[in-house]
Design a protein around this ligand. Sequence first.
Ligand code: Z15
Length: 820
Amino acid sequence: MSLKISKTEFKKDVMDNCRRLFRKELDEATPQEQYQSVSYAVKDMIVENWIATQKQLTKDDPKIVYYMSMEFLMGRALGNNLINMTAYEDVKEALDELGIDLNFVEDQEPDPALGNGGLGRLAACFLDSLASLGYAAYGCGIRYRYGMFKQKIENGYQVEKPDNWLKYGNPFELRRPEYAKEIRFGGNIRVEYDDETGKTLFKQENYESVLAVPYDYPIVGYDNNQVNTLRIWDAEPIVDFQLDSFDKGDYHKAVEQQNLAKTIVEVLYPNDNHYAGKELRLKQQYFFVSASLQAAVDKYMRNHDDIRKLYEKATFQMNDTHPTVAVAELMRILLDDYQLEWQEAWDVTTKACAYTNHTIMAEALEKWPIDLFSRLLPRVYQIIQEIDRRFIIQVEEMYPGNEDKKRTMGILRDGQVRMANLAIVAGYSVNGVARLHTEILKKRELKDFYEMMPEKFNNKTNGITQRRFLMHGNPLLASWVTEKIGTKAWATDLSLMSGLKKYVDDPKAQQEFMDIKYKNKERLAKYILEHNGIEVDPRSIFDVQVKRLHEYKRQLLNIMHVMYLYNKIKEHPELSFYPRTFIFGAKASAGYIRAKEIIKLINSVADVINNDRSINGKIKVVFIEDYRVSNAEWIFAAADVSEQISTASKEASGTGNMKFMLNGAPTLGTMDGANVEIVEEVGSENAFIFGMSSDEVMNYEKNGGYNPYEIYNNDADIRRVVDQLVDGTYADGDTERYRDLYNSLLNTNCSDRADMYFILKDFRSYAEAQERVEAAYKDREGWARMALLNTACCGKFSSDRTIEEYAKEIWHLHKIKVEA
Ligand code: Z15
């Protein structure tokens, strides 16, 4: 497609925008104003295709998937849109002619960060693939006023700053007040009997309500004229809108509703893999779910007449348990607004809702206290009671007298509403996100459900979009791949990367590949110098762990291994050691104290080691501030080693692992999540695998853990590192600063199990794997071959493959074709 209009016209659009919006010539405009002027010109081009897509949808009337998610971690839109419009080069040239650097302009866009980590970024990759593959899809979510916090590192500690991403407005969004919906909270339900129809009516009274107003964002498909929609909801107070007449002029109520509207979409909860049980969070969930379902049902009813067949044209994918109140809300709409009988409504709901599980971490499971839930959502709660009642009867029929089954599978138990159980009972599909994860769900976590309804369970191994994480993030490697395999078609068919296999032993190709890696390392080194003031050597091994900070992901294992290496170099300066740069990037949830201690530890170790002239720069440690989608693109491109070292069984899939692989960084990791499948694709000789297996971990857990003192007492190197947490080495003599971390490993004064995440248990095995990395890196051809093979074997991990599987096996969608 490339640029739809001439370069001259595009330039004129940009200049006109600048005049109209800011009353300035381009060269007088601030960088932010330039960014806006360019983005509005790009949006104008997108809008043509957006309209064409809507027309095509009306014409074809295909089944639509609604991807319901509390999080969409989109990252910057401008560059990505240009890539998918195949207009990136043309626009770059046009701007060059105006004396403007596209990269600089891109850098002015705040990262839309309406997500925490893996789950939110997965949703964003899925939207990209859905549009690129020609499927009709809406993303449904919340337009948080503040997204994921900005991370500052002050004196080694994480400090959170608000992310005011809408400060200058967003050129790509479109407010759609005509589709606003009313959302009701609280109050009571009055039961009315309608003499005429003989039906029982449920009327909510004394409720508070807000107006949900949608904002649409274009999701540009790759080179196919298709533009899908991400619809995220803002909350506004209802001014005189359907307020019962006696409420009119009720000042208190007006203020209340104003406050509710303001607070509800104020901020994204910064927890990843952790449930906090806050009432406001439940309000957020119901708010966007109810609005999205009302909109979907309205849309359907505009050109169909039988609500009983809704499932033929709409399917709702619930991204984790966060939107699973959808099940009951859809029932409510069908029962109360459309007057269906229970069985009819249930039939529609259970054919339209599907659930993805993303974790087995117990602390992530959503279980709402019944009193809170029923107070906030009285009618929805009644419906859940009825779903549970009927389900328990079914369980009793299948397993007469078996109380255990009811205890594990019941929805309402111990004063709680268990959202996962609700999703499984009502969903027609339950999927895990990597093969190992799905097996663990079937064999352990959800065993009883699997035995009762095996047909619902399936696996969909995660994937990532090569458009953002190779084409945009690593343009050098992208062009090289195109040249080598002789086609750009890998942009929508990543399996073509296997065409690189014939070059893995070709010295020239190896050299070119490593030269590109080197250039990307220089680019990152420059970024690190500018942002951290630390000088790193691009010739050293870039060993990278970037992901949310969580104990199960074991950043602590990584940094303790750095401490171990440092001890070794200090003690044996004569030993050969290949220079390494250990790069970390991670946000800790604001209230996760231990995670924050680990960030401080990493920065303290960095301080000590980076300033020790005696080790000749053999080790550098860098903590990249504010790890986010935009700098992630550069980090993956520059990585030599991909650290994927979670305690086996804990990381459901991981997706960073795939982004590293795509960019030619071998995995140093445990047999966890999708690592298992990465190793299967690339071969175990092209990865560095270590540590306990998931079965070993789960067996220890069953038996109450292990005794870390056996390791502490018998391994002097490990003991020394553990002791250094409390001897002041990395705390200016303070022996207490890391006492909690020390305790977490050895269990003095600690409520948890000792070393819950098996850090000491896996330490030796990890250190040995790290030695294998060093040896392998020293063999330059061997390393080039291995790195190249990782890129060559990454085909399976495109989100295009994942989405094709969802579309065929769960959603049953057909493609549309949008003409230019
Ligand atoms: C999150 O980022 C993930 C799971 C969750 O339950 C929540 Cl609340 C947040 C992650 C998994 O930890 C990760 O392994 C997986 O790759 C990702 O979801 C996408 O499936």
